[in-house]
Design a protein around this ligand. Structure first.
Ligand SMILES: Nc1ncnc2c1ncn2[C@@H]1O[C@H](COP(=O)(O)OP(=O)(O)O)[C@@H](O)[C@H]1O
Ligand SMILES: [Mg+2]
Length: 233
C-alpha cells in the first residue's frame, strides 16, 4: 500500500496497486482537460489542513503526467513549513528553492532529476523563518517564469490554505488548483473555508481529490489489502 515509510518512496513502491494507479491516471486526464492552453500547464495542490494527502496526491499525479510520451514534469516544493517532496520522491532536500531565493546557488543547482524519467523536482533547501515572504517574492515569480519554457507541467505542492496564507501567491501564478480532502476527516466547514479562500484569490479550482477512500467491501475482500485513492469531481 502507498506509504512513504520504508525503503521505497511513496510513489516508487512496486506494490502500488493497479486500481490506485488507474485512479491517478483518471485524475491526470481530468486535470489536463480542465486547463485549455498551449505550453506549460501549472497546477497547484492544496487542502484545508496538514496530513490530508496533498504531497502524496501531487507526487502521484506528477508521476502519471511524466509517464506520458515526451512529457517533462517539474515538481516544486512550496510547503516550506512541512516539506515532504524530497521524502516522497526519495531525493536530497538540499540545495533547494530557499537556497536559490537567498542567492546561494543557481537555478540549475536546485533542479534535480528524480529516479523517474522526465520527472524533475525542486526541494525546499532549508526551513526558512519567512516562508510566506519567500513564496510571494518577485524572485519566486521570476523563477516560475524562467522554468516554464522547459516543462510541459509544473506541479506546486503547497501548504494548506485553511491554515496559512503562504500558498496564495503560488496558486495565483498557477493555471488551476486541485483541492485534496481526506475521507472521514476533512469537515464541510473546513472545505467551505478552503473553497472561499481560493475563490477570493481568484483561482481556478480544477477539482477535488478524495484521499483515503476504502474500496467497496465486495472488491476489498477480493483484491485489496488497504486504502486506496479515489478521484472525483
Ligand atoms: N491514501 C493513503 N494511504 C496511506 N497513506 C497515506 C495516504 N495518503 C496519505 N498517506 C500518508 O499520510 C501522511 C500524510 O500525507 P501527506 O501527503 O504528506 O499529507 P499533506 O501533504 O497533506 O500534509 C504521509 O505519511 C502519507 O504517506
Ligand atoms: Mg505535504
Amino acid at each position: 500500500m502507498a506509504s512513504s515509510k520504508g525503503k521505497d518512496s511513496a510513489i516508487t513502491q512496486k506494490a502500488l496497486n493497479f486500481q490506485i494507479r488507474e485512479s491517478y491516471k483518471a485524475a491526470r486526464t481530468n486535470i489536463d482537460y480542465s486547463i485549455i492552453k498551449k505550453g506549460c500547464k501549472k497546477i497547484a495542490f492544496t487542502s484545508s489542513a496538514k496530513g490530508e494527502g496533498k504531497t502524496i496526491t501531487a507526487m502521484n499525479i506528477a508521476l502519471a503526467l511524466a509517464q506520458q510520451v515526451e512529457t517533462k514534469v517539474l515538481v516544486v516544493e512550496c510547503d516550506l513549513r512541512r516539506p515532504h517532496v524530497h521524502s516522497a520522491l526519495d531525493i536530497a532536500p538540499t540545495p533547494g528553492i530557499t537556497n536559490y531565493l537567498n542567492e546561494e546557488c543557481t537555478r540549475e543547482d536546485i533542479i534535480q532529476q528524480t529516479k523517474i524519467p522526465n520527472l524533475y523536482a525542486v526541494c525546499y533547501g532549508a526551513i526558512p523563518p519567512n516562508p510566506s515572504e519567500l513564496l510571494s517574492s518577485d524572485a519566486m515569480q521570476d523563477f516560475i517564469k524562467s522554468v516554464e519554457k522547459d516543462y510541459n507541467y509544473i506541479i506546486f505542492d503547497t501548504p494548506p490554505v485553511g491554515v496559512v496564507i503562504d500558498a496564495i501567491p503560488i496558486i495565483k501564478a498557477s493555471d488551476g488548483v486541485v483541492v485534496v480532502i481526506r475521507n472521514n476527516s476533512t469537515t464541510y466547514p473546513q472545505l467551505k473555508i478552503t473553497i472561499d479562500t481560493l475563490n477570493r484569490a481568484g483561482s481556478k479550482i480544477l477539482g477535488v481529490v478524495v484521499n483515503r477512500v476504502k474500496p467497496e467491501s465486495r472488491n476489498k475482500k477480493k483484491y485489496y489489502s488497504g486504502d486506496y485513492y479515489y478521484y472525483g469531481y
